[in-house]
Write a protein that binds this ligand. Structure first.
Ligand code: PLP
Length: 231
């Protein structure tokens, strides 16, 4: 596998640049930079890259595969009690228990079967991460997330029937076109439900997401460099 991870110094420089860009985007949107949490997406990058980011004061990380996160993070947590791990990738029900064991936030709750599996996992593990519901905001057939038309009912069911601690919504807008209307739609949906966490915006569009109210942005490439193409 090619070595795509940048050096520790490059990670420090990249993090500094992202923080500056967050501050500028907040200034333009008349928002407090402290209201935006940077989730550093470390998927495919080695634990050493996470350690380099931790050394720069970055404490919140995102991974999209349970197995990879379970291999990387328990050791990193030992010396860093403030570390918070978000799972941001599509989650199979048979991984629910591992996910609940290792994650602080699960951002990809998107179907009733998974809600049931997560509830059961929380009881078995006696552990309670918080949850974001992933909405397929562009209603794209190939994408994870609950369909827009079903989202309101699903959000209510997760909270009222399944008793899951849902704090907000997450989306990945279509690659093509202006993401802002999609971010605005997610923000409006969250507001309807009194949900305050909005995870939206990645390396290519986080400034637009901040303008539309993102409280969490998920940035990988702009911090850790490129990733090998998925096999
Ligand atoms: C990989 C990933 C990101 C980070 O994407 P970049 O373009 O590398 O910043 C954000 N969110 C999700 C759900 C991802 O899978």
């Amino acid at each position: 596998m090619p070595e795509l991870s940048p050096t520790d110094a490059a990670i420090a420089t990249n993090l500094g640049r992202i923080r500056d860009r967050i501050a500028e985007a907040c200034l333009r949107a008349n928002r407090n930079p402290a209201s935006v949490t940077l989730v550093a997406v470390s998927k495919t990058h080695p634990a050493a890259a996470v350690a380099a980011a931790l050394a720069c004061g970055q404490t919140v990380f995102g991974e999209n595969r349970v197995q990879e996160a379970a291999a990387k993070f328990p050791d990193l947590r030992l010396g860093h009690p403030a570390l918070r791990l978000h799972l941001i990738g599509p989650l199979q029900t048979n991984k629910a228990r591992d996910a609940v064991r290792i994650a602080d936030v699960i951002e990809s709750l998107d179907r009733p079967k998974l809600a049931l599996a997560l509830r059961e996992a929380m009881v078995k593990e006696a552990r309670q991460p918080s949850f974001l519901i992933q909405v397929n905001i562009g209603d794209e057939p190939q994408k994870a997330g609950i369909a827009r038309a079903e989202a309101d009912a699903f959000i209510r069911a997760c909270r009222e029937e399944h008793g899951l601690p849902v704090t907000g919504l997450m989306c990945i807008p279509p690659v093509e076109g202006d993401p802002r209307p999609h971010f605005a739609a997610l923000a409006a949906m969250a507001a309807r439900h009194g949900l305050t966490t909005l995870s939206m915006g990645m390396s290519g569009d986080f400034e637009a997401a901040i303008a539309e109210g993102a409280t969490h942005i998920r940035v990988g490439t702009a911090i850790f460099g490129g990733r090998p193409a998925p096999a």
